[in-house]
Design a protein around this ligand. Structure first.
Ligand code: ASP
Length: 324
């Protein structure tokens, strides 16, 4: 059995309003990722860890998602990125916090996981570590796109609350996007993630993000934190997206693993997690796959970019409906 599930972020309030002009490109990207990585997983060419790494690398390369190139821009006008990865069989994990010079932050997390110690590296030291290991170094200018610069300018012009509190999600890029009306307007661009089950029964999860538009310098979101944004054990792999502070405070990804262990009901456990996250201002979603091959992609926002490759069957969606 080979299953790959991906997300490209969740966001927005209210009913589904249909696709934006940029959404077809996002759909195409998700299909390409699922087709390319899913078929390699299915042919047993790669294991679950490499599958989630490759899938997230491809999503990081799509400038319309908020990870790698096209990450959102922080308060100090720089891009800083968080990424983490975990393998279920031995609970090996790797994470980078606030890296600024990497094309593929998730590959840096993968290298940390493989090295074994430490689990988390931050800032310049994490950039240096990865570049020394041969990862591609890129400039801040390369990472920034017109779309993100436009959104950042919009945020700055309307900035009511620099250094927003944890509960104030007004700077979450998805919500900002749904409010703006300029040429830069677009919805639901977000964090990316992947979970996979391979033929050996192995599970892995990976998540990568630029965080939130206008985030204060030094802010660390759930994406970098094992157990909050990312988790994998022998039974389940989870990747989350939404306002990170609420996912951290509920240990959302690990919390789902614990709930699932007791209930063995994936959808019910996933919804319970989103219900716990939501009162803390953490509207969002998650993806999860279990060792028995069940998977879920629930969200409580208007939309979540998501898709699955289930033994050759490909499905993607943004709003409530899925398409092939
Ligand atoms: N969870 C991410 C963060 O808080 C943002 C997102 O998923 O959109 O950094």
């Amino acid at each position: 059995m080979a299953i790959l599930v991906i997300h490209g972020g969740a966001g927005g309030d209210g009913p589904w309003l249909g696709k934006t002009p940029l959404d077809p490109d996002r759909i195409d990207c998700m299909k390409e990722v699922l087709q390319h990585v899913g078929s390699r997983l299915e042919n047993n060419e790669i294991d679950c860890l490499e599958a989630v790494t490759l899938a997230v690398e491809m999503l990081e390369d799509e400038p319309l998602f908020n990870a790698g190139k096209g990450s959102v821009i922080g308060e100090d006008s720089s891009i800083t990125m968080d990424a983490s990865i975990m393998r279920g069989s031995d609970k090996a994990a790797g994470s980078v916090i606030n890296v600024k010079r990497l094309r593929h932050p998730i590959r840096a997390s993968n290298l940390i996981l493989k090295q074994g110690w430490p689990v988390i590296m931050n800032g310049d030291a994490a950039d240096d570590f990865a570049i020394k290991k041969g990862l591609e170094e890129v400039s801040q200018d390369w990472l920034k796109t017109e779309l993100r610069l436009g959104q950042w300018q919009q945020w700055k012009d309307s900035k009511s609350n620099p250094g927003a509190t944890d509960e104030d999600d007004s700077v979450l890029d998805h919500d900002l996007e749904s409010r703006v009306t300029t040429e830069f307007s677009d919805e639901g661009m977000g964090t990316v993630g992947a979970v996979a089950l391979d033929y050996a029964g192995g599970l892995a999860a990976a998540t990568s993000t630029g965080g939130m538009t206008g985030k204060p310098k030094g802010r660390v979101g759930d994406t970098a934190i094992i157990g909050a944004g990312t988790w994998a054990d022998e039974e389940i792999a989870v990747s989350c997206t939404g306002v990170g502070e609420a996912y951290i405070r509920t240990c959302a990804a690990h919390n789902l693993a614990t709930k699932f262990q007791t209930s063995q009901n994936l959808m019910e456990s996933s919804n319970k997690i989103l219900d716990e996250v939501s009162p803390l201002g953490g509207r969002g979603g998650l993806i999860a796959v279990t060792s028995s091959g069940e998977f879920a992609m629930p969200f409580q926002t208007r939309l979540m970019y998501r898709g699955s490759w289930n033994n050759g069957i490909l499905e993607v969606g943004i709003g409530p409906e899925l398409e092939n």
